[in-house]
Design a protein around this ligand. Sequence first.
Ligand code: CA
Length: 223
Amino acid sequence: MAHILIIEDEKGISDFLKEGLSEEGYEISLASDGEKGLQKAMNNSFDVILMDWMLPKIQGIEVTRKLREAGNQTPVIFLTAKDTVQDTILGLRSGANDYLKKPFSFDELLERIKVQLRKPQSKINHILSHEGIKIDKDKREVKIDNREIHLTQKEFDLLSYLLQNKNKVCTRDEILDKVWDIHFDYDSGVIDVYINSLRKKIKSVKDVNIIETVRGVGYIVKD
Ligand code: CA
């Protein structure tokens, strides 16, 4: 049975979620503030964490960051009323896996939880290369002309995805789906921010622009 931790300070919401998810057969633990949530998440093994954004003591985003820094990779789904692109980017950068805006439908939440539970945990042994850029997916290492560059988790996933699909246009929807695991209508502005950041990091080492924009559609890496 999958075990879900709900970190939420509004009792009405956490009770509602606990009841609904228990009926679906999940085992539920609750934490009513960020500090308790972080403690529980660190000391137990959960399959998914549902995380409120605005929490007493430690904010949800900070809890997520601390978990990731400690090497904890439990999938985190944010439940939040914050809905601007900037907030979305912050949430995903902190290491969250998905993001659901309040008010959300319970059925949609269930689907998103299932997606996180389905995700394969095993890594693919793979090395990708293009124009002097070498990605080692096992070591999660990127080198350009043998110089290592430091990418965030999502930048790495995004670059890997584009290189894996070399010579094919990757649409925004595909990128959100495959890199962010987001399958519903969503502001794709977050992708541009990551593409810009990737281009800058690559350019700081080598004067190339390998990622081309296909206006209105997405991005492509060409041979
Ligand atoms: Ca709250």
